[in-house]
Design a protein around this ligand. Structure first.
Ligand SMILES: *Cc1c(COP(=O)(O)O)cnc(C)c1O
Length: 433
């Protein structure tokens, strides 16, 4: 499979180049040249397949034969080695729980897969690959844990000192091995600027191989397809039909993956794109005007995005035609007050604990759903990752899963850097060389 740039259909790259570079040479995003439809035999056996088996079948067209099939089978089984159950919450609504991975958020799917694909590409590369990532919380932990112990890859996680939650910080500062956490005296924007500067620093790039692991990388968003198929298989087993899916969205990588699954033949009726008050996409779907804006902080902070980077991929899938987009996706923006009241109502009515991101999705789905539909929303993070918000609303403790406790008991180990680039560069070089 070749991958074209969203800026220029004629500019194509092979898999390895697309994964290692992340972005196309003209700064466009990579899209697969074609999206094959899976055969009826796949859908017949779907309800009985594991996540790993589904991953193998639906991702094979994109990653094989560049990765030999036998190896790819092992890779998908290993990357998707935790469950994603569909849990009924209320009458015609179920939660697709995507937080049973190592860092209790759905980003584990993409990060674990990306790490394993990249590790393959480092074999015979003759040099370590250095992943540089800036995080305001969740991305850093999923990427660091995805790459933990992967030979030939060093990971540097830059985060703003004092500005990530304790739970989040522990998930990437206690790992050691090939993971270096760098506590930056500055803001998240400083961290992003430092990473961007590093990618433009030819002197640094002469010395070491640099790559990024953010959600524009095709090997991070494509694997998110697996759980749409898996959820559908479970819903069919539970006797449901007419299935619509609600995706709590920030950079829109997750929704893009769902739309590609649909194009590959998955009979999802429609999607609801749920956002917090950063409502660029819902506004666009309603008015046809795409107006990026500075992001606004909300309790669903992993979705605080004012100019969603993957939205152009969705535009590509619909050939930039607003009307056809509107037939498949509807938008809904959810206020902070509604996030709080939804967590409260769902807990007291159905004894189900939502995290703030899941609450956005639940509310949007409930609002949009008709009587004939069965709705599944993506629960993208475990509520124990947001104890400050959730516990105050439900007036009780959220039980911490064992793997979260293990992080919290770990010892924090970080390198420090100011927000001056030269200092950051020395920290990276001292570890990478
Ligand atoms: C990253 C994230 C999202 C947003 O996903 P996108 O693919 O960027 O739309 C939603 N919920 C949680 C918990 C996240 O970490």
């Amino acid at each position: 499979m070749l991958y074209y740039s969203t800026n220029n259909k004629q500019l194509k790259s092979g898999l390895k180049e697309a994964v290692i570079n992340g972005l196309a040479a003209d700064k466009g995003l990579f899209m697969p040249e074609e999206i094959p439809v899976l055969p009826p035999s796949f859908f017949e056996k779907l309800p009985d397949l594991t996540l790993g088996e589904i991953g193998f079948e639906c991702l094979k067209p994109y990653f094989c034969p560049e990765i030999p099939e036998a190896d790819f089978k092992l890779l998908t089984a290993d990357a998707f080695n935790f469950d994603a159950p569909v849990v009924p919450v209320s009458e015609n609504i179920a939660s697709l729980e995507l937080f049973h991975g190592p860092t209790l958020a759905f980003k584990d799917f993409g990060a674990r897969f990306l790490a394993r694909v990249m590790a393959r590409f480092t074999v015979g590369y003759g040099q370590d690959i250095n992943v540089l990532v800036a995080t305001s919380g969740d991305t850093g932990s999923a990427v660091a844990n995805g790459f933990l112990g992967v030979d030939g890859v060093n990971v540097f996680v830059l985060y703003p000192k004092g500005l990530v939650s304790d739970v989040q910080e522990k998930q990437f500062t206690t790992l050691g091995q090939n993971i270096t956490a760098i506590e930056v005296d500055g803001t998240f924007d400083d961290c992003q600027r430092l990473v961007k500067t590093a990618f433009m620093d030819e002197h640094l790039k002469d010395k070491i191989t640099l790559t990024s692991a953010n959600s524009i990388n095709l090997a991070r968003f494509l694997p998110q397809m697996v759980y749409y198929f898996y959820a559908y298989g479970q819903a069919i087993k539970q006797g449901k039909q007419n299935i619509s899916v609600c995706v709590p969205s920030g950079n829109f990588g997750n929704l893009t993956a769902g739309l590609i699954a649909q194009k590959m033949g998955l009979p999802i009726k429609r999607f609801i794109a749920a956002t917090n008050i950063n409502d660029i996409v819902p506004k666009y779907l309603a008015s046809g005007h795409y107006q990026p804006a500075p992001s606004i902080a909300t309790p669903a902070n992993a979705m605080d995005v004012g100019d969603p980077s993957n939205f152009v991929r969705i535009q590509e899938l619909f050939k930039h035609d607003l009307t056809s987009l509107q037939t498949v996706i509807s938008g809904c923006s959810v206020s902070n007050e509604l996030i709080f009241s939804t967590i409260n109502t769902v807990f007291h009515s159905y004894a189900y604990i939502l995290d703030p991101h899941g609450a956005v999705a639940y509310h949007a789905l409930k609002t949009a759903l008709s009587k004939e539909e069965y709705g599944i929303f993506l629960a993208t993070a475990h509520p124990a990752k947001f104890p400050e918000t959730v516990e105050e609303i439900i007036s009780q403790k959220v039980e911490q899963p064992e793997r979260l406790k293990a992080f919290l008991n770990g010892e924090k180990c970080v390198k420090n850097s100011s927000n001056v680039y030269e200092e950051l560069k020395q920290v990276v070089l001292s570890k990478a060389l």
